[in-house]
Design a protein around this ligand. Structure first.
Ligand SMILES: Nc1ncnc2c1ncn2[C@@H]1O[C@H](COP(=O)(O)OP(=O)(O)OP(=O)(O)O)[C@@H](O)[C@H]1O
Ligand SMILES: [Mg+2]
Length: 235
């Protein structure tokens, strides 16, 4: 009982530390924008533009809070996970279809392949795959192909998400799954990236008693792999 309380307390402290770490800067910036705007009378267009910009920033903060909460909860218990048997082919195709439009904007083609069945919590599997594919669209070289592949392995199923991109140095590779870690600030600082996507993927794979890993191939491909061990479906 005491152990559980101590564990809960530790998680709560980490959650507050994470929130403070990520949210202090954007909240201060928002306050600054509002104060400067209120300093003198402005045109309707100016007010509209400030409100639109602030709304975008608030959406980003809200998504980040949701992600930090997800991580805090995911480290809690096995009870959140409801694995069922899913068609690998259908799941990969579903994600490819979902991201097709976004991929087209960067002239990227999504190719899904893999027959078989994976035992996973559908919402969590889709969330993990979405985070990986979202990254490929953000970081891949424009104009290339993104592959989603499912393979049978000795004791489970592996899903790979592969794209061509800037090689990631070995010293960064180990840390990509850490919370708030971004390999290259110059490349990522402009967008909405918060460095939480891959830590969520890792947490989801831990809930499945599986694993998430990454390696860079010699031909400039970056491979993210998810391993789902064989298990019995709950429903
Ligand atoms: N497919 C990829 N190719 C190259 N680098 C990648 C790829 N996926 C992730 N990375 C690197 O790993 C870092 C961490 O990725 P992660 O998804 O955790 O965070 P993010 O994309 O920066 O932000 P978020 O996902 O929270 O919006 C990225 O900032 C990027 O440097
Ligand atoms: Mg990401």
């Amino acid at each position: 009982m005491l152990d559980r309380l101590a564990d809960g307390y530790q998680r709560l402290s980490r959650f507050s530390a994470d929130l403070a770490h990520e949210i202090r800067t954007p909240v201060n910036a928002l306050m600054g924008h509002c104060q400067v705007t209120l300093y003198q009378r402005r045109s309707v267009e100016e007010y509209e533009s400030v409100l639109a910009r602030n709304t975008e920033e608030l959406e980003r903060i809200s998504l980040m809070m949701e992600n930090i909460l997800f991580l805090a909860r995911a480290s809690q218990a096995q009870s959140v996970i409801k694995p069922v048997t899913l068609s690998l082919d259908a799941e990969l195709q579903r994600i490819a279809d979902y991201f097709e439009g976004l991929a087209e904007e960067r002239n990227l083609t999504l190719c899904a392949s893999g027959a078989g069945q994976v035992c996973a919590d559908p919402m969590l599997l889709r969330r993990a795959l979405s985070n990986l594919v979202d990254n490929t669209i953000r970081y891949a070289h424009a104009g290339g192909e993104i592959h989603l592949r499912g393979h049978r392995q000795a004791q489970g199923w592996q899903i790979e998400v592969i794209n061509q991109g800037e090689p990631v140095a070995a010293r960064h590779l180990d840390k990509l799954f850490d919370r708030f870690y971004r390999a290259d600030d110059a490349r990522t600082s402009s967008g909405n990236a918060s460095g939480l996507g891959l830590s969520i993927v890792k947490a989801i794979m831990t809930l499945h008693q599986g694993d998430a890993s990454v390696h860079c191939a010699a031909n400039g491909e970056i491979h993210f792999s998810l391993f789902f061990p064989d298990r019995t479906a709950a429903g």
